[in-house]
Ligand binder design. Structure first.
Ligand SMILES: Nc1ncnc2c1ncn2[C@@H]1O[C@H](COP(=O)(O)OP(=O)(O)OP(=O)(O)O)[C@@H](O)[C@H]1O
Ligand SMILES: [Mg+2]
Length: 337
């Protein structure tokens, strides 16, 4: 659906060159919710602005469907732009128009007839759950309601693609979840492909199918959210994951454990269907070893389970070794303390 091929964007500021995006190749498939995560200045917004041609690449090309978007005529470009909806962090609503007027605005500009606009706007108000707010002005709305208007407006011309620049960054955690649910509904019910950028891992965790991690203008890691979460390759990726999911207790708790209980601690990671309890209890029983769960969590990611347990074994050294040998065949296990 959207393909970046070796895309770079360099800004010249006086004599200095800023390499905002460097040699990025990415493929966003139709129906994906694709998230790009990175710290401030990583180049995320620039990457998005290249898609709707608010910026042009210095090198490389961007394809939407099979078209190189740099080759579009002015007329084709206008048409292309109407196929891409954009949602902003600060909502960008017109303060002088009410909710109805804000959603109607792009349709008015595109020359739709009054009756058609009315029908479409009412449809969108129902979809985003704001039918009772049609006559309110932006200043009368909460942040979450403003973003619902922003999303309805972006959907007005029935785009195939929605691009979101930090759409939830100005919202509290609960409202963030609300808006993310709405974006998921846009994707699942309307079949809209979503490309979003964020610096919050919980946004990726909550709705994205695929993720790319950006650092200094480059994509340093990309893949299915489940795979990247359960097996991150880069330090930056790990830091983002740790912001939503602590995989180890703090050092002081580990020390305390060591002092009072002694023995080694192991981290067991299990994915998908490998539920850890029966595996652990069956194998330890077989060798007359007990186990303690010291710390752990099981999470759902992309409708799959992902668990992380810190455990210790109580039993003879020889039997514990055998247990470890058996476990290694079934789950990921490593000594952590
Ligand atoms: N128009 C511009 N002129 C010069 N430099 C720019 C321009 N736009 C972006 N940059 C620079 O490019 C780099 C990437 O900026 P960008 O806005 O894409 O980052 P970002 O990942 O979106 O960051 P944030 O999370 O803070 O929004 C930064 O160093 C920024 O200063
Ligand atoms: Mg940005």
């Amino acid at each position: 659906m959207i393909q970046f091929k070796n895309v770079s964007k360099t800004f010249a500021v006086g004599k200095r060159e800023i390499h905002a995006v460097q040699d990025v190749s990415l493929q966003v498939n139709q129906g994906d919710i694709f998230g790009v995560i990175g710290f401030s200045g990583a180049g995320k917004s620039t990457l998005l602005r290249l898609v709707n041609q608010l910026e042009y690449p210095t090198k490389g090309s961007i394809y939407i469907r099979d078209t190189d978007i740099s080759k579009l005529s002015a007329r084709e470009l206008r048409k292309q732009r109407s196929q891409i909806g954009m949602v902003f962090q600060n909502f960008n609503l017109l303060t002088s128009r009410n909710v109805f007027g804000n959603i109607a605005y792009p349709l008015k500009v595109a020359g739709y007839k009054k009756q058609a606009i009315k029908e479409r706007v009412n449809e969108l108000l129902t979809f985003v759950g704001l039918t009772d707010k049609a006559n309110d002005y932006p200043e009368q709305l909460s942040g979450g309601q403003k973003q619902r208007v922003g999303i309805a407006r972006a959907l007005a011309s029935s785009p195939e693609i929605l691009i979101c620049d930090e759409a939830t960054s100005a919202l509290d955690p609960e409202t963030t979840e609300d808006i993310l649910r709405l974006l998921k509904k846009v994707n699942r019910e309307l079949g809209v492909t979503i490309l979003l950028i964020t610096h919050e891992m919980r946004v990726i965790q909550s709705i994205c199918d695929k993720v790319a991690v950006m650092e200094n203008g480059r994509v340093i890691e990309t893949g299915e959210v489940f795979d990247v979460f359960t097996n991150p390759q880069q330090l930056t990726t790990r830091r983002f994951i740790q912001s939503v999911q602590k995989d180890l207790p703090s050092e002081s708790i580990l020390k305390e454990w060591q002092k009072t209980n002694g023995g080694k601690l192991y981290q067991v990671i299990f994915k998908g269907s490998a539920t850890v309890d029966p595996i652990l209890s069956t194998i330890t029983k077989q060798y007359d070893v007990d186990f303690n769960i010291v710390y752990g969590s099981v999470q759902e990611l992309q409708e799959k389970l992902f668990g992380n347990m810190i455990i210790s074994f109580v039993g003879s050294e020889q039997n514990t070794k055998k247990v470890l040998g058996e476990l290694e065949k079934r789950v990921e296990i490593k000594e952590v303390y």
